[in-house]
Structures are given as C-alpha cells and as structure tokens.
Design a protein around this ligand. Sequence first.
Ligand SMILES: CC(C)(COP(=O)(O)OP(=O)(O)OC[C@H]1O[C@@H](n2cnc3c(N)ncnc32)[C@H](O)[C@@H]1OP(=O)(O)O)[C@@H](O)C(=O)NCCC(=O)NCCS
Length: 161
Amino acid sequence: MGVSQNQIRAARTADLPAVAALYHRVWRETHAAAMPPAEREARDLAYFEAKLSVLPTNILLLEDGDKLAGFAAWSGPILGQLFFDATWRGQGLARPLLMAAEREMARQGVVQAELHCLEGNIRARDFYERNGWRLDRTFAYPVRGGPGDDTRNYWAMIKPL
Ligand SMILES: CC(C)(COP(=O)(O)OP(=O)(O)OC[C@H]1O[C@@H](n2cnc3c(N)ncnc32)[C@H](O)[C@@H]1OP(=O)(O)O)[C@@H](O)C(=O)NCCC(=O)NCCS
C-alpha cells in the first residue's frame, strides 16, 4: 500500500453514495456517543446522503487505489468536513488532503478559513493545530435533544490562507 497508490481528486456525482456511507460510518464511530439520542437517531444514512446532496461541488476525495480513504468538503470559507475511515488514519494522509482543500479554498478567494470541531475531539484539534489552525472561540450549537440537553459546544478554529 504505497503512497503512489493514493490520489486526491474532486468528487463527482457518482461518488456521493460512497462519500455519504463513509461520512455516516465515521460520524457514528467518532461523534454519535457525544450526542443526545434524538440527534443520533436522526443522523441515519439518508440524513448524510441528503446533507451531501445540497453541498456545492467542493468535495475532494483521497483514494487508496480504488478505495475511498477520506474526504474534505467546504462551503465558502467554512471547511465543513474532513473525515477519514479508521483504516487510513494515523498515516499522514489527512495532511495532504487538508492542504489540497486549503489551496483550493484560497484559489476560490477565501482569505481566512474556519471550521467547527466538536469540543473534546482532541485528535482532530491537535491535527489542525499542527497544520496551522488555531482556536478562535467556543460556541454552543443546537442539536436535537430534550430540555436542558439541546446544544453541544464546538470549537471554532481559523487559519489565514
Ligand atoms: C481528524 C482526522 C482527519 C485526522 O487524521 P489522522 O490521520 O488521524 O491525523 P493524525 O495527525 O492523528 O495522524 C497523523 C499521525 O500519523 C502518524 N503517521 C504515520 N505515518 C505517517 C506519515 N507518513 N506522515 C505523517 N504522519 C504519519 C504520526 O504518528 C502522526 O502523529 P503525530 O503527528 O502525533 O506524529 C482523522 O482523525 C479523522 O478522520 N477523524 C474522525 C473524523 C473527525 O473527527 N474529523 C474531524 C471533524 S472536525
């Protein structure tokens, strides 16, 4: 599994089912436990398919041969997603995909990128900080839940491009 088998390319419409499946699987693995039950239940595969279908075409894939290892997606200045399948984490693959997304955002005119990372996702925060991002603020974001349990804190991180 050499680096030469890895390639970064823009997603096409035909890729979206595989991207949604990875997004759903990794979200359940890494984010679901931190959410109220109602939010967890709402985020089924159809939810992620619908979410991706309304995103503009700003999705980059990193493939290992013909397998989808991870994807990055953004909308304007907001890097909305950077998700890697567990098999391909910890191998230095996320960095080149993040770099490619940042380059493309800059090319589109973004001067300062922002992302929102669930508070407590230390692995992601460390990764972003090693790549030049810094914490700007923490904010509460509404999620589906009962009274007194209907927000989760997110770290807003920024990077000048
Ligand atoms: C966040 C995420 C994209 C980061 O990707 P990652 O591959 O896990 O990145 P990491 O920085 O943890 O892995 C790099 C590690 O791989 C190891 N590594 C192995 N081979 C490597 C190589 N050739 N080059 C660089 N690092 C390598 C290093 O030990 C490095 O750790 P270090 O920087 O402490 O030395 C990934 O963990 C992920 O998809 N998480 C789940 C979804 C998620 O939370 N997304 C973020 C939402 S805000």
